[in-house]
Design a protein around this ligand. Structure first.
Ligand code: SAH
Length: 563
């Protein structure tokens, strides 16, 4: 198989980046824009030793799971990898992927824990509260907002992403018409010229507050009054800012912000916790499913109000604050200082006083605190990035022995690896649930409850020893203890020694065996014993038979005989 070959292939799976996966001639081929069940004609684009990449040329037989993607530019955009797959099939695929990883990589027996049904969305479109649109010129020189056409600098216009909110389109239209009337140049990646690079939009699903942030290649935004007058016509417009990014980089946001109109942040809720979100803040993009995922984490944490909880990789403290209302104390650890500043602020605006946050690496902060302060935890929650947890962290968790560990994961493969590690160190996976945070993409979140293995139950019994009513006499205990003592293993050697000591003569093993056989005693497993005579031999004398019987009686062999 080589580049440019045309091949007929059946797609069987979906790869980690969303491409369809099929087999041809023993090679694995990744084919973008296909889904399991498709039979397709594909063209080989690149071959490696065992696998290759191919392009979809023609769908010979479309998969029965195919649907018409609602977004007309789904294929060029690539942001949604599986929009062409019916939503319930997406859910089944994700659920299976998680289960398979837990079994294959984690070595978990599916019967040994409860996998709850995947939590999907009723409305799997329009779920994102955040969108970032690059601004540029299209082939005809017209100012457009949209997305970069795969690996190029040209922008394909699309102001109506089906994962985003309808307000995006209205905002982008206003920004573009302001640019045209006020002669604001879009940024040109190829030469670093022009002003407006990106428009970042955030929408509070609960509060309906809107934030618009213009990312600019300059220190100030000209004609900003005209812009804010136009944008403020949109109901809910709460925060208009400019972000300065003068670097030639793919990173979207710079560090500095200028307030153009309104507040420097919007507010929104997850559950009943309020968050202040600035253009630079991290905030989960799907608030509906975040509520479901963290609600599950809260349920698994099993809090009664007395617990000390550690929330590791806590970000802006979404989980910490969620748990704080039901716990005695919550500690959060996160590597990004700005996120911790947000977490502390969010604790304050919600009047939460029992949450404390530390900046640092989870795998350094927790071991250090455990070593120097002997900190304790009843419940530990972990929500690491894709690469999962560092072993140093898992080792400390094992040492701290929390009753429950709740593991929230965005990559079920590293989750499974870490669960295996914990399982080998005294933790048991009790249950788990996959949550579809990102419909139309291949990503899936999973939450798992681990609990510390303890004896099934402990009974406390009070006993008084001595003489008298209700007391247990001590000599009875001694007697009973003696009867419980396992009998000593009686060996041929012991019998021989006994006989030699008592009668002054030696007996052959074969004679002992013969006597035992005559007495109908079991004959087995004596190492080195010759229980079957290799050749006919003289029988033991009566005296020796008598001595052997005596020895067997002494050792109680008739009752409990090993050989
Ligand atoms: N639960 C959080 C999000 C977790 S995402 C929330 O809802 O806000 C994973 C987080 O881990 C990110 O915020 C990332 O900055 C942080 N992180 C990455 N590596 C880390 C490490 N070694 N120690 C602590 N935090 C880390």
């Amino acid at each position: 198989m080589k580049k440019d070959d045309l091949i007929d292939i059946i797609i069987e799976d979906i790869g980690s980046d969303g491409a369809g996966v099929g087999k041809a001639d023993g090679f694995t081929l990744f084919v973008k824009d296909t889904i399991p069940g498709d039979r397709a004609k594909v063209k080989i684009m690149k071959m490696k030793k065992r696998y290759g990449y191919a392009r979809l040329m023609e769908l010979i037989t479309p998969s029965p799971d195919r649907v018409q993607p609602p977004c007309p530019v789904a294929r060029q955009c690539g942001g949604c990898q599986i929009q062409a797959m019916a939503y319930e099939k997406q859910l089944a695929f994700k659920e299976n992927k998680v289960k398979n990883n837990l079994q294959r990589i984690g070595g978990l027996n599916p019967d040994s824990f409860e996998m709850e049904p995947i939590s999907g969305m009723e409305q799997p479109f329009g779920y994102r509260n955040k969108a970032q649109f690059p601004i540029g010129r299209d082939k005809n020189g017209k100012i457009v907002a949209g997305f970069y056409a795969g690996r190029t600098h040209s922008i394909i216009a699309n102001t109506n992403c089906s994962l985003g909110v309808p307000q995006n389109e209205q905002i982008l239209k206003k920004v573009i018409s302001w640019m045209e009337t006020c002669h604001i140049e879009p940024y040109d990646e190829t030469n670093g010229q022009g002003l407006l690079r990106h428009v970042l939009i955030r929408f509070g699903f609960t509060t309906k507050e809107i934030m618009v942030c213009l990312v600019i290649n300059g220190r100030k935004l000209p004609k900003s009054r005209e812009l804010s007058a136009s944008l403020n016509e949109i109901p809910g417009m709460t925060s208009i800012t400019a972000n300065i990014n003068m670097e030639r980089t793919n990173v979207i946001l710079g560090k500095d912000l200028i307030l153009i109109s309104g507040k420097p942040y919007i507010e929104d809720y997850i559950g009943d916790i309020k968050y202040q979100i600035s253009p630079l803040s991290f905030f989960q993009v799907n608030p509906v499913q975040t509520r479901n995922l963290y609600g599950k984490a809260l349920e698994y944490a099993g809090l009664t109000g007395n617990e000390t909880v550690w929330d590791l990789y806590c970000g802006i403290g979404t989980i910490s604050l969620f748990l704080a209302r039901k716990a005695k104390k919550v500690y959060g650890v996160e590597i990004v200082p700005e996120a911790i500043a947000d977490a502390r602020n969010n604790a304050k605006i919600n009047g939460i006083k029992n949450a404390e946050f530390y900046v640092g690496k989870a795998e350094e902060v927790l071991p250090e605190k455990y070593r120097t302060e002997g900190i304790k935890a009843d419940v530990i929650v972990i929500d690491p990035p894709r690469k999962g947890c560092d072993e140093a962290l898992l080792d400390t968790i094992v040492k701290m022995q929390p009753q429950r560990v709740v593991y929230v994961s965005c990559d079920s493969a590293t989750l499974a690896r870490d669960l295996k590690y914990m399982k080998e160190r005294g933790y048991e996976v009790e249950k788990g649930e996959a949550v579809d945070m990102f419909p139309m993409t291949v990503h899936v979140e999973t939450v798992v409850l681990l609990s510390h293995k303890k004896p099934d139950s402990v009974i406390n019994v009070k006993v008084a020893f001595g003489e008298g009513e209700g007391k247990v006499p001590l000599d009875n205990i001694v007697k009973r203890a003696a009867s419980y003592k396992p009998k000593e293993r009686v060996t041929y050697k012991m019998i021989k020694e006994y006989i030699e000591a008592k009668y002054g003569f030696k007996v052959h093993t074969a004679y002992i065996a013969e006597v035992k056989r005559d007495l109908g005693l079991p004959m087995y497993d004596a190492p080195n014993a010759v229980e079957e005579l290799k050749q006919p031999r003289k029988h033991p004398t009566a005296e020796k038979v008598q001595a052997i019987k005596d020895a067997l009686k002494f050792f109680d062999v008739g009752i409990n005989c090993d050989h």
